[in-house]
Write a protein that binds this ligand. Structure first.
Ligand code: HEC
Length: 162
């Protein structure tokens, strides 16, 4: 009986190791990669070619939405403003592969998420407030976020096949 109660020491040890490793992997995935300062003073995010393509395609979609919103505002078409803004809102964020989640710094992801949420707010206000001036102000503030992030980060090729 005494022997039985001693239980499986090695099992506990293994369990502890597994939990610690899982925690570490989760932490790394959540916090993302470290960056290096590039030649132009911006923080460099190293991505594989595939991951970079995903980020840049999303960027072009953002620019397209900004163009769509601006044109809709000149036509005083707030329904179209809402539609264009929602096309790049939180719900429209595509599937992000784990490699990309891990490669992007936490601050970058936070900024990106905040920006998608702002697009949703623009859509909501265009529908509910329906004031062109207000939408234009929101768009100006949002463009400030594009500028701020571009001033902070740049993308580079990662060593592993980028
Ligand atoms: C969280 C950071 C972040 C935000 C917010 C952000 N961008 Fe970017 N964007 C980047 C980075 C990094 C690059 C790559 C720049 C480089 O490597 O020099 C980029 C590149 C681009 C490009 C070039 C795409 C290509 O194919 O080369 C466009 C266009 C662009 N962004 C538009 C926008 C617009 C419009 C907004 C705001 C509505 C925006 N971005 C917001 C980080 C951001």
């Amino acid at each position: 009986m005494v022997e039985k109660r001693r239980g499986c020491g090695i099992c506990w040890l293994l369990l502890t190791v597994v939990v610690a490793l899982a925690g570490l992997a989760g932490y790394r995935l959540f916090m993302g990669a470290h960056t290096q300062v590039g030649t132009d003073g911006r923080a460099e995010i190293a991505l594989t070619a595939a991951d970079r393509d995903i980020v840049l395609a999303e960027m072009r979609a953002l620019l397209g939405a900004v163009q769509g919103i601006t044109t809709a505002l000149t036509q005083d078409d707030l329904k179209l403003v809402a539609q264009q803004a929602r096309s790049v809102g939180l719900a429209a964020m595509g599937q992000v592969p784990p490699s990309l989640i891990q490669a992007l710094p936490l601050e970058f992801k936070t900024m990106g998420r905040g920006m998608h949420a702002e697009f949703d707010q623009i859509a909501l206000d265009a529908e509910q407030v329906g004031d062109r001036e207000h939408s234009l102000q929101q768009l100006g503030a949002l463009l400030g976020q594009c500028v701020a992030c571009h001033a902070t980060y740049r993308l580079t090729a990662s060593k592993d096949g980028g």
